[in-house]
Write a protein that binds this ligand. Structure first.
Ligand code: GLA
Ligand code: ZN
Length: 679
């Protein structure tokens, strides 16, 4: 089945949930109530069959699809679509009992027992065969059903809470083959991994073993390639699942990703799926205010949007609480609507939940769900879900078909993530947290940002922000040079451009020395005992992390260190290059510095938020647009009311009226304002 045009979702916002009715097959009254309540809550789709393998294949080759047929049919009659899952997220005990090889082997060489989820070896031929059989049977049976709108391939690949990798003999062999293809000769591999150091040179491919605490765990090149291989191998498994469902079905395929999930390079993964979807569980109410958590959720949504530069589905979220953190706080009134609309604001075309109805037993019985164990529809949470359903229905015709279009891109690169956190030297860095820190002031100012990796197409952007790009992918430096030459503005930080894509250090100079107009020399990591500040625009800002020691060549010095043996050295530089310019932030500082710097940068580049209003602290805005209109999602993350001053007239699409002057926003609320051209 190769009909690309059919691979589209319905043209409306979706409101749905993971539906796991196999738990209730002996309670017909519950299944009936489900449909009644779904209609009440404005649910128009469910994700079905995610963990149904043992109910679909009762024993090796003994399939049982009738129950699922009934459910899909009943949902369809009630105008509820099905997003049908392949069931490989959890494997039935009969499978591993008959074929031990389907179970993962950990880095200590110990094979796991059956149980949990994502416990399978992606290299096992038996696992592949059984997966193909169930997937293609499901597709043959349901792949053309008018109620089935998409495929949910497996579930949160790699997400078993332990490790995403398998170290069994099959996987070792596959890894070696993958390396042979990549390097051709052992000589190339030895050079790339710098194996002469500590006498590690390999003389036969069979000597190579996956990294392990029990064995080799210091060879950075090996560890980096293993991470690449693990992501690639699991994706290869996913591709085989996609091929299996495509035998009989032209429905679009997705898999539910996990945002900033380190083991899988989602930029590579995104290419293989028709649309992106992901599971969003911010830790609301865990800090003194919601701002940092909200900004991190915004970054994760933007990352997921960036994989295809297109809208995505928020495949899971909780209407109340999760149950897997040490402390699981209920969403406060308003927060469910706000966090749902935040997803929409950043590019989601859906709000979906895990799960529709709380399980009665097992490990997720206390995880939030639309329907509780008790009280039927008479719960606060069900009321919140109904409210979201109503709002999505009302705004759908405005929102569907729009997307965010940013002028600023931030670089987030998975391979860099693996490399920069593995490095021995300077300081253990938390790349994701550092990245989110550089994202934060944009979120606060209501400036849309796209997130791309180093392979992205940068031609649409005016500004690129690249924090801690320790490792440069092949061709990256040249691409940035062109970007700046043609008028782009590039911002990077210390601890960037240190190593190439096999983690070999660059010799002679920083690969962008000419573009940055500086010479980098040392990097200092030290604690509070070596207190330091940088002086920028007449204000002193605290240094909080790494301190790059650099020398000005052609760049201008915009900020400098106030203390230590590098007192007076540049802490921020700007270099004019071609038609553009490049900034280098040498010192990691408190966030106030970044805010000030971004404000100046946006002013200089004429790239402000575009929203005509004044946002108080904790209120932000995010834009989706098409050629005809802009939609501004104003979001108040304060635990109290907030007042936004508008500099022009907007139209509130839910109240269906013009708004001007000021808007009083309720605590945890979102207002959606329409701006028409020329208004
Ligand atoms: C993940 C899984 C779900 C469920 C939720 C709980 O997102 O995909 O099956 O376990 O976590 O938060
Ligand atoms: Zn394996």
């Amino acid at each position: 089945m190769r009909n690309k045009t059919a691979r589209k979702l319905p043209e409306k916002l979706l409101h749905g949930a993971d539906y796991n009715p196999e738990q209730w097959l002996d309670c017909p009254e519950i299944l009936e109530e489900d449909i009644k309540l779904m209609k009440k809550a404005g649910i128009n789709c469910v994700s079905l069959g995610i963990f149904s393998w043992s109910q679909l294949e009762l024993d090796d080759g003994r399939y049982s699809f009738e129950w699922m047929e009934d459910i899909i049919e009943k949902l369809y009659q009630n105008h509820i679509y099905t997003i049908l899952a392949t069931p490989t997220g959890a494997i039935p005990p009969w499978l591993s009992a008959a074929h031990e090889e389907v179970l993962q082997v950990n880095e200590y060489g110990v094979r796991n027992y059956a149980g949990n989820r994502h416990n399978f070896c992606p290299g096992s031929p038996v696992m592949r065969r059984k997966m193909r059989a169930i997937d293609s049977k499901l597709s043959q049976k349901f792949g053309q059903h008018p109620g089935v709108i998409a495929w949910h391939i497996s579930n949160e690949y790699g997400g078993n809470g332990r490790a995403a990798d398998c170290h069994c003999p099959y996987c070792q062999e596959e890894f070696r083959k993958w390396l042979q293809e990549k390097y051709g000769t052992l000589e190339n591999l030895n050079k790339a991994w710098w194996t002469t150091f500590w006498s590690h040179s390999y003389t036969d491919w069979s000597q190579i073993h996956s990294p392990s605490e029990r064995g080799e765990n210091v060879l950075h090149g090996l560890k980096l390639d293993w991470k690449r291989f693990v992501s690639h191998q699991l994706l290869d498994f996913a591709k085989e699942e996609i091929a299996a469902v495509r035998e009989y079905s032209d429905r679009p395929v997705t898999t539910n990703m996990m945002g900033f999930f380190k083991p899988l390079n989602y930029f590579e993964w995104g290419k293989e799926f028709d649309f992106i979807s992901w599971d969003n569980y911010p830790d609301w109410h865990s800090e003194e205010n919601e701002f940092r958590v909200a900004a991190e959720a915004a970054a994760a949504h933007s990352l997921m949007r960036g994989l295809k530069k297109a809208p995505f589905l928020m495949m899971e979220s909780t209407p109340s609480m999760v149950n897997w953190r040490p402390v699981n706080t209920l969403k406060r009134p308003g927060m469910h609507s706000l966090s749902s609309l935040q997803a929409i604001a950043h590019g989601s075309d859906s709000v979906q939940y895990f799960q529709w109805r709380k399980s009665r037993g097992s490990c997720e019985k206390f995880h939030g769900a639309a329907v509780d164990h008790k009280n039927g529809e008479n719960t606060r949470v069900f009321g919140d879900v109904c409210e979201v359903g109503k709002r999505l229905r009302n705004i759908s015709e405005y929102v569907w078909g729009t997307c965010s279009h940013a002028k600023i891109a931030m670089i987030f690169d998975w391979e860099n993530w693996w490399a920069v956190e593995d490095v021995c030297g300077v300081e253990k860095l938390d790349y994701k947290n550092l990245f989110c820190k550089y994202f934060y002031p944009f979120w606060e100012m209501g400036v849309n940002v796209d997130i791309q990796n180093m392979e992205g197409d940068f031609s649409d952007y005016q500004i690129i922000i690249a924090p801690y790009n320790y490792m440069y992918q092949k061709g990256y430096a040249d691409k940035i040079r062109e970007f700046v030459k043609n008028g782009g503005c590039y911002v990077t930080t210390c601890w960037s451009g240190e190593a190439d894509d096999t983690d070999l250090c660059f010799l002679q100079a920083h690969p962008l020395r000419d573009v940055l107009g500086i010479r980098t020399e040392e990097t200092d990591a030290c604690g509070a005992a070596w207190d330091n500040q940088v002086s920028y625009c007449g204000v002193s800002y605290q240094v909080t992390g790494l301190r790059g020691i650099i020398h000005r060549e052609t760049a201008e010095v915009k900020a400098y260190y106030e203390k230590d043996f590098y007192k007076g050295f540049p802490a921020l530089t700007r270099n004019a290059y071609g038609k553009g310019c490049a900034y280098y932030i040498a010192a990691e500082t408190e966030i106030a510095f970044l805010k000030k710097f971004y404000q100046n940068l946006l002013e200089e580049e004429g790239a402000g938020a575009g929203f005509a209003g004044k946002l108080p602290e904790g209120v932000t805005v995010s834009c989706r647009n098409d050629e005809k209109k802009k939609l501004w999602f104003l979001q108040n993350y304060n635990r109290r009311e907030a007042v936004v001053i508008l500099y022009k007239k907007y139209f509130d699409i839910e109240l269906q009226k013009d708004v001007e002057g000021t808007i009083e926003m309720q605590p945890f609320s979102c207002d959606i304002l329409l701006e028409e051209p020329g208004s």
